[in-house]
Design a protein around this ligand. Structure first.
Ligand SMILES: Nc1ncnc2c1ncn2[C@@H]1O[C@H](COP(=O)(O)OP(=O)(O)OP(=O)(O)O)[C@@H](O)[C@H]1O
Ligand SMILES: [Mg+2]
Length: 339
């Protein structure tokens, strides 16, 4: 399978902490520093690892990814180190491990915290000696592989608990890039939405220009327990649900995030309500926002909007002119809500 080339240009972020992380990653991409990427599920750990690989001088080599949580320990060991013919019952052929497959490139070890202590010891030896050995003997094979590791758990706690080797921990985190959860960098939501819309426009031959103000506000209020991966899926669904319209409206946002929103605790909601009430707006700004909301609700059907607002159509036209509400460009809305 060929992997899409993801470079730093594909890491979308506005949040200063994220931008700092990306700058650090760019700076060390061409070095042999060992990088540990930490962060909750879906925060973009593998995407960042791919960017480091692709934008480095190893970019033409392979990016080999292994999820250490996906295999039982014995299998993980053969997967990583390979085996010689006859190393164990059933080893009819010799087989290259992932270390060897990644020669000249990068080996990404995801969920490193799940690796057993014996396999950790083997990994440490590889790092110290720069060679790998297949299970069942054979010659040591010199390695030219960059190792990037990732974890969604607190490895330092695991070190304290004795389930992760301290020497390996410090070795792996020569550089630690800790990705913040999406709820702590909501200014990244509008540009990410825009990026995913463009991606799926291309993939599904759609021509969606952007997202309505109300739908974007809704996304900005959500907590995103699944982080960027969850947002990615929501935008993908929204694009697919959208037939022949150029905007994503609230109704296109998948039902399960509406449900998550409505199951938030009463206290949470009371807090949001209080925040909304405390927002200080001029009368004009409040009028502008209300008119925009109704226009969105009616999909810019002005007669219907005038009816709901109980004003005449010419009055509505005047207000649209006054507040420059015609042709509000999605880009403007996106940048407005992200500042
Ligand atoms: N900053 C970003 N810019 C663009 N796309 C992103 C960004 N961060 C994450 N993504 C996208 O979000 C999805 C999840 O990212 P990724 O798989 O890198 O996260 P992860 O932290 O490795 O997740 P997991 O812990 O679930 O393995 C991917 O589809 C990726 O393309
Ligand atoms: Mg991952």
């Amino acid at each position: 399978m060929t992997r899409k080339k993801v470079g730093f240009a594909h890491i979308i972020c506005k949040n200063p902490r994220m931008q700092q992380i990306v700058r650090t990653a760019q700076r060390i991409a061409n070095s042999d520093m060992l990088v540990l990427i930490t962060g909750e599920d879906g925060t973009g750990k593998e995407t960042l690892a791919q960017a480091i690989h692709n934008d480095s001088d190893r970019g033409n080599g392979r990016f080999v990814s292994v999820n250490c949580a996906a295999l039982p320990d014995a299998l993980l060991e053969t997967e990583l180190f390979g085996h010689e013919k006859g190393a164990f019952t059933g080893a009819v052929y010799s087989r290259k491990g992932k270390f060897e497959q990644a020669q000249g490139g990068t080996l990404f070890l995801d969920e490193i915290g799940e690796m057993s202590l014996p396999t950790q010891a083997r990994l440490l030896r590889v790092l110290e000696e720069g060679v790998t050995e297949r299970i069942g003997g054979g010659e040591p094979i010199p390695l030219d592989v960059r190792i990037i590791t990732a974890s969604n758990e607190n490895l330092y706690n695991q070190v304290k608990e004795g389930t992760f080797r301290q020497d390996l921990y410090y070795r792996l985190k020569e550089v630690n890039l800790d990705l913040p959860p999406l709820r702590e960098r909501k200014e990244d939501i509008p540009p990410l939405v825009d990026y995913f819309i463009k991606q799926y426009n291309k993939q599904y031959h759609k021509s969606i220009e952007g997202i309505s103000d109300a739908a974007l506000q809704f996304l900005l209020r959500h907590d995103w327990p699944g982080n960027v991966r969850e947002l990615h899926h929501v935008v993908k669904c929204a694009v697919l649900m959208n037939d022949a319209q150029d905007t994503i409206w609230l109704e296109h946002i998948p039902l399960d995030i509406h449900l998550a929103e409505s199951s938030r605790s009463k206290e949470d909601k009371a807090e949001t309500k209080a925040e909304e009430l405390l927002e200080i707006l001029s009368l004009d700004e409040a009028e502008k926002r209300h008119i925009l909301r109704i226009l969105e609700f009616t999909r810019f059907n002005k007669s219907q909007a005038a009816n709901i607002l109980k004003i005449s159509r010419p009055t509505l036209d005047r207000k649209i002119e006054k507040y420059q509400l015609h042709n509000i460009k999605v880009q403007e809305k996106l940048s407005k809500s992200s500042t």
